[in-house]
Ligand binder design. Structure first.
Ligand code: FAD
Length: 224
């Protein structure tokens, strides 16, 4: 649960939805036309009514893409997402300006995501920052590796899918944390970007620190 402190501090503008598609059970990709610049890794505040508090979402499209996409899952009983999921093309969405300092770079790095936490890394990849990166994505089920065709095509063996509840060809059977535990000789001079729930971020950070990665090289975006 999180919100941008609402009225009167938050300035919303309205956009018209282009698509809002269920791409996996309870997970949606919503898009609208881009008419602003942003940095890959940034978030937007969004709401279905201008009177609501804004909730934060990572932009899941490239800096030069024509449309802005947001990847979200429905939180049962949540204030925003059940109402968001019923919006249709041409319906209105309220958005803030993009903001946030979770930014990628050209340097070699590890990108480690759980669930919809893949969004900022997909944005960085679409913005040309995918080379020299190892992308590790964790999910419970095989149908939740969003954008995997495109990512597999580009990253090849540098894209690792960790699936905790199902076994599948080309995937590691286990949680992201188990996969990280199994790695030896992780480079200590690279950055490790984490994105997901607080629990995932805390557990992954502990493992990285125990493997000698300096605290300053672990950069986290927590979804709460
Ligand atoms: C920087 C950042 C980026 C993010 N990016 C993304 C993203 O790209 N994609 C994504 O899917 N999420 C993202 N999130 C998370 C997202 O903002 C929220 O988790 C989501 O908006 C919550 O949806 P909601 O309003 O429907 O649920 P909420 O109303 O926030 O409720 C969440 C859950 O808490 C329960 N709940 C609510 N109130 C109470 C209460 N009083 N007591 C007990 N339980 C309660 C609800 O039943 C529900 O299950 C991000 C968060 C941050 C901080």
């Amino acid at each position: 649960m999180n919100s941008v402190e609402s009225k009167p501090n938050v300035k919303f503008k309205s956009v018209s939805i282009l698509s809002n598609t269920e791409i996996s059970p309870n997970v949606f990709l919503l898009s609208f036309k881009r008419d602003f610049a942003f940095k890959a890794g940034q978030v937007l505040g969004i709401a279905v009514s201008s009177n609501d508090d804004a909730r934060l979402y990572s932009i899941a499209s490239g800096e030069n893409d024509e449309n802005i996409s947001l990847l979200y899952n429905i939180k049962p009983g949540g204030k925003l997402t059940p109402n968001l999921a019923i919006l249709r093309p041409d319906d209105t969405l309220w958005i803030t300006v993009p903001f946030g300092s979770y930014a990628g770079s050209d340097e070699p790095a590890y990108w480690i995501a759980a669930g919809t936490g893949i969004a900022p890394f997909y944005s960085m990849f679409r913005s040309g920052l995918g080379s020299d990166k190892v992308l590790i994505h964790g999910s419970r089920t095989l149908d939740a590796f969003y954008f995997s065709d495109e990512l597999l095509n580009d990253f090849g063996p540098r894209y690792v899918r960790c699936c905790s509840q199902q076994e599948g060809e080309g995937t590691y059977h286990g949680r992201v944390t188990q996969y990280l535990e199994s790695l030896n000789n992780l480079p200590e001079d690279q950055k490790y970007y984490l994105c997901g729930s607080a629990e995932m971020v805390v557990e992954c950070r502990e493992i990285l620190l125990s493997k000698g990665i300096p605290f300053s090289n672990v950069v986290a975006e927590i979804y709460f």
